[in-house]
Write a protein that binds this ligand. Sequence first.
Ligand SMILES: [Mn+2]
Length: 175
Amino acid sequence: MRPLDLEVNHATLAGHTFQHELQVAADAGLLGSIDANCGDYQKGWDTDQFPNDIYELTEAMLVILEAGGLQGGGINFDAKIRRNSTDAQDLFHAHIGDMDLFARALIMADKVLQKSNYNQIRQQHYASFDAGAGQAVEQGQLTLEQLRDYAAAHGEPATTSGRQEYLENVLNRYI
Ligand SMILES: [Mn+2]
């Protein structure tokens, strides 16, 4: 199958985050290229605005970096300046500003992966999928009935925190 070209605003319209779209494509080995734009959360149609959210782009770059990059494609601005941006210079500000924003997001995401314990915490949180019954489930080797028997035999698992707020703080620290 040919790699996919993912559009940010289409994810928004489908009720997904862009990071979700990227991760699903990456997990399927189909992360090809990006139609880089953003939508308007108050409108129900495709506004194709130039992206402007450093937080969202950093999260996107985290997915892209961890996937080993885009498969042959790039980041293209499927975006339009707003109707009230009527000067010639508006088009330059849109493109130059967004190229800088993507570059910054890439640097920030790389710092998060290289310098923080972001991935270590995630791996610890999902460690039960890396061995034993959890790994068997992930690999499709355990039926639902077998999983039910396992749960009945082992009782309530200990609660471990997902530490979401801490991880949000880590991202914000590097942004
Ligand atoms: Mn569009």
